[in-house]
Write a protein of this length. Structure first.
Length: 144
């Protein structure tokens, strides 16, 4: 019975796959001193410019507390800076010069692991996987 539950558990399957992919991206990005959690934050800030913490959290699909936890080491390393936003209660996050340098070092490493994944998994399958995962993220289901 327990085997059947672990074999059919959607959460376990997603988490196992996510851990496997995260390990590969972490190993590839380590050469730039960044990890798979930090890279998308740096990339999002590079693309969007200074962004309110809440807005950035929503873009990355995480809550503010998790983003805050992930920002702490980047603030300590001076990759990002937090400023008071237009509303004094709001905090805007922005890349620093050092953050841009780290992203510049990490980008070719990310491209390499991205290419290796798509080569091993198949480019069309990788695209389909991203589409399917976007659908999974959008699904509403009760948590009774």
């Amino acid at each position: 019975m327990a085997d059947d539950m672990t074999e059919s558990c959607n959460c376990l399957a997603l988490r196992r796959a996510a851990r496997r992919v995260t390990q590969a991206y972490d190993a590839a990005l380590a050469g730039a001193g960044v990890n798979a959690t930090q890279f998308p934050v740096l990339a999002a800030l590079h693309l969007a410019g200074p962004t309110a913490v809440g807005v950035l959290a929503r873009r990355l699909g995480m809550d503010r507390a998790t983003l805050g936890h992930n920002l702490r080491p980047m603030l300590a390393r001076e990759w990002v800076r937090m400023d008071v936003g237009t509303d004094r209660r709001q905090r805007d996050v922005r890349l620093t010069t050092r953050g841009h340098e780290v992203l510049h070092q990490a980008l070719p490493l990310w491209r390499g692991v991205q290419h290796r994944f798509e080569t091993a998994f198949g480019a069309q399958d990788a695209r389909s996987l991203r589409d399917t995962l976007a659908r999974v993220e959008a699904v509403e289901f009760a948590t009774a």
